[in-house]
Design a protein around this ligand. Structure first.
Ligand SMILES: NC(=O)c1ccc[n+]([C@@H]2O[C@H](COP(=O)([O-])OP(=O)(O)OC[C@H]3O[C@@H](n4cnc5c(N)ncnc54)[C@H](OP(=O)(O)O)[C@@H]3O)[C@@H](O)[C@H]2O)c1
Length: 340
């Protein structure tokens, strides 16, 4: 079975120079499909670095790969079974080898970024998806930054074109993307209303939200307030509800939503695309990618103390399935990190 060209070699966990411990899945399903196994250590390619992983971030992207959902994504993940059994994308660790064409990193550098197969002792990461780790953060906190914080930044700034003084509504504000979105929207000068469930309202307040809405009994689209920008991360509100909550020239950016349909997961995004040309309001969506330049911008916010990653808790590699169960149960506040 291939894991970036690798095979699961053994489920026994003895040691060997050219193998490593990793969390793998050989079929799609819930947390029960995750196993600790030994796989070959990855080899560093020309434009990548080999990172000794100290911590890896768990996010919804990993959940999608584990579940093989939405089904259309199996074209990329593997039709019948996972093509890349080692899970994990976000990483923080130490560079231990660099590819021949790599110019910006050297052995010993402490880095964070977006690779593949990071729930493992070693992972390769393309040079272009990597940056030096913020000096004021632990590896655990650095590892929960890349995909979630970049998504929040792109959703607000690139897709949402947020300007200082605007009023922004953020759904899913207590989660991975949302916990960064609240802080970044404040840093960009917005007035922020954060939507979360009852037990997480305190968290989103502490992140700087000016107003909070408890979606278990309050409706952001009840007409009481209108927003210049909605960053829609969770809850899958209909396009009609998003439009009702917008100002006449407002923008809705659909960043996520697990109920977007199991086939493509994109039904609301496609509706937004179809309606937007005929509406005064702008309805859009995006898929983010993590690049060095994005990470460096986040490093600046983090080192200035403007953004602090919300670390819910950490789990050792062998308890990754428990971390996934916590995410599945909706208990995570911010994000969890896997430590290696
Ligand atoms: N476009 C992109 O490039 C991109 C990148 C990364 C992620 N995403 C997507 O963004 C979404 C969020 O990702 P994430 O990592 O932030 O997930 P997450 O950490 O699981 O956070 C999602 C949050 O949604 C809230 N929520 C659950 N049900 C809700 C409901 N009915 N109404 C309102 N809020 C609800 C939960 O908070 P409460 O417990 O407070 O309800 C939870 O904290 C996912 O769909 C993911 O696939 C997209």
């Amino acid at each position: 079975m291939a894991a970036h060209g690798q095979h699961v070699v053994s489920e026994g966990l003895g040691t060997s120079e050219d193998t490593m411990r990793a969390v793998v899945h050989e079929r799609y399903g819930g947390a029960e499909v995750l196993q600790l196994a030994r796989v070959p250590r990855p080899e560093v390619s020309d434009r990548a670095v080999l990172v000794q992983v100290h911590a890896a971030g768990l996010d919804r992207g990993v959940w999608h790969v584990m579940r093989g959902l939405p089904y259309a994504a199996r074209l990329a993940f593997g039709l019948r079974r996972p093509k890349h059994p080692v899970l994990g994308f976000d990483v923080a660790g130490t560079v231990i080898a660099v590819g021949r064409s790599v110019t910006r990193f050297a052995e010993g550098d402490e880095v964070y970024g977006f690779g593949e197969g990071t729930f493992a002792e070693y992972a390769t990461v393309p040079e272009g998806n990597l940056a030096r780790k913020p000096t004021n953060l632990s590896f655990e906190r650095s590892a929960i930054v890349p995909v979630s914080a970049v998504t929040a930044l792109k959703g607000l700034r690139s897709a949402g074109k947020l300007r200082a003084g605007q009023h922004v509504l953020i759904t899913g504000a207590s989660g991975g993307v949302g916990s960064y979105a609240v802080q970044l929207a404040k840093a960009l000068g917005a007035e922020v209303t954060a939507v979360a469930s009852t037990t997480k309202l305190e968290l989103v307040r502490s992140l700087g939200a000016d107003h909070v809405l408890d979606y278990t009994y309050e409706d952001f689209a009840d007409g009481a307030r209108h927003y210049d920008l909605i960053l829609d991360i969770a809850g899958s509100p209909s396009i009609a509800r998003l439009r009702r909550a917008l100002t006449p020239n407002g923008t809705a950016v659909i960043a996520g939503g697990e109920d977007g349909g199991k086939l493509t997961g994109m039904s609301r995004q496609l509706s937004a695309l179809a309606i937007s040309p005929f509406a005064r309001q702008r309805l859009t969506s995006f898929v983010g990618s993590v690049r060095t330049v994005d990470l460096e911008q986040l490093t600046a916010y983090i080192e200035a103390g403007t953004v602090t990653p919300s670390l819910d808790r950490t789990y050792p590699l062998e308890q990754t399935a428990d971390a996934m169960r916590r995410l599945d149960a909706g208990e995570v506040r911010g994000k969890v990190a896997i430590t290696i």
